[in-house]
Design a protein around this ligand. Structure first.
Ligand code: PLP
Length: 361
């Protein structure tokens, strides 16, 4: 769904607001409608709603513009990740960080159990990635990693991957396209949990894949589209409408959340109940190692009143969680690590709530 032509390239803050709108014919709607249909009259561009839907098209157009490629919306972030991992044949070799979002980690274990190989490299070990890529089929990256917040040199690792013809996928959920645009660094596929920052209000579960507008990207995009259609993990149009509505404010929400995170990272570093702050220097996520054991970290999470003790991240409301409460979380994550998804509330309220809750540690 093209936007009206405008002079010159737009700033990203403008793109989040304007991309994926209906055309400006007299009397036209400012928003795309929620198209609730399972099928279409024959002989049109799309014949069945598992294949396509106009509400999807609008969201996909907007996200594609933000990432600099062509997007597909999926039923969840995991749906998008599953589709992206289908790009490596069974028995192939994947290179990935030694700690990733735990759902991805579990899928990689399942891939190994089905006969594939996974070479795991520490996220910060650029040389390790470069060496591991020789002979690999697929590179998986996530930077910063969730929840250890380790950062990868995307530029160097993606350049090597491209040189070797290794298909590369970057989970861009945490930085969002506002902080990182991996397709521009040579990545083949970007995946998102749209559930998080892009929709931003903790009211939908959705995912997306984005490929570059190149011959190679389009070929991968066709495989991802076919996977979505045949495996059937498709998004409901109402959820996609909500995601697009949320996306319109991404720029202001994320700016506030990132500013809050920077302040909190500094204040937490000076607190005696905090042994370590893991903050990559940008973004709205951080993690702390509580000075104490798992029980102390759980007490912190139970004692907040403004922060919501919950899993997930990227909503307008601040959320925190001890990640090792999930049995599938990596053993590399300390038992006392609490992940903080910083929201858009007033930073002083967030800080005083954390301060009083840290008393419980
Ligand atoms: N990728 C990252 C970095 C995540 O944090 C998550 C969920 O927390 C996912 C993917 C999975 O997304 P979803 O929960 O939408 O399936």
């Amino acid at each position: 769904m093209a936007t009206d032509s405008t002079p010159g390239p737009l700033h990203v803050d403008t793109v989040v607001v304007s991309a994926g709108r209906p055309g400006r014919a007299p009397g036209s709607s400012v928003n795309v409608p929620v198209e609730l249909t399972s099928t279409y009259a024959a002989d049109g561009a799309v014949n069945y709603a598992r294949v396509g839907n106009p509400t999807w098209n609008a969201f996909e157009s907007a996200l594609g513009d933000l990432e600099g490629g062509s997007a597909l919306v999926h039923a969840s972030g995991m749906g998008a990740i599953s589709a992206a991992l289908s790009l490596v044949a069974p028995g192939g070799t994947v290179v990935a960080p030694d700690q990733t979002y735990n759902g991805t980690g579990d899928l990689l274990i399942a891939f190994e159990q089905a006969g594939g190989s996974v070479v795991r490299v520490h996220a910060g070990d650029t040389e390790g990635f470069v060496a591991a890529l020789d002979g690999a089929d697929l590179l998986w990256l996530e930077s910063p990693t969730n929840p250890l917040m380790d950062v990868t040199d995307l530029e160097t690792v993606l350049a090597r991957s491209r040189e070797l013809g290794v298909t590369s996928v970057v989970d861009n959920t945490l930085p969002t396209p506002l902080l990182s645009q991996p397709l521009g660094l040579g990545a083949d596929v970007v995946v998102h949990s749209v559930t998080k920052y892009l929709s931003g209000h903790s009211d939908v579960v959705l995912g997306a894949t984005v490929v570059a507008d190149t011959e190679r990207g389009r070929a991968l995009g066709e495989r991802l589209r076919r996977h979505r259609t045949l495996h059937g993990a498709i998004a409901g149009p109402l959820e996609v409408y909500l995601a697009l509505r949320g996306l319109r404010t991404l720029s202001v929400r994320f700016e506030r959340a990132c500013a809050n995170a920077a302040v909190l990272a500094e204040r937490l570093a000076g607190h005696p109940a905090v042994a370590r702050v893991r903050y990559p220097g940008s973004g709205a996520m951080l993690a702390i190692d509580v000075a104490g054991d798992a029980a102390a970290a759980e007490r912190l999470c139970a004692a907040t009143r403004v922060w919501l003790h919950s899993t997930s991240l990227g909503g307008v409301e601040s959320q925190l969680e001890r990640r090792r409460r999930h049995p599938s979380e990596s053993a590399a994550v300390p038992e006392s690590l609490v992940r903080l998804s910083v929201g858009i509330e007033h930073v002083d309220d967030l800080w005083s709530d954390l301060e009083q809750a840290l008393e419980a540690v």
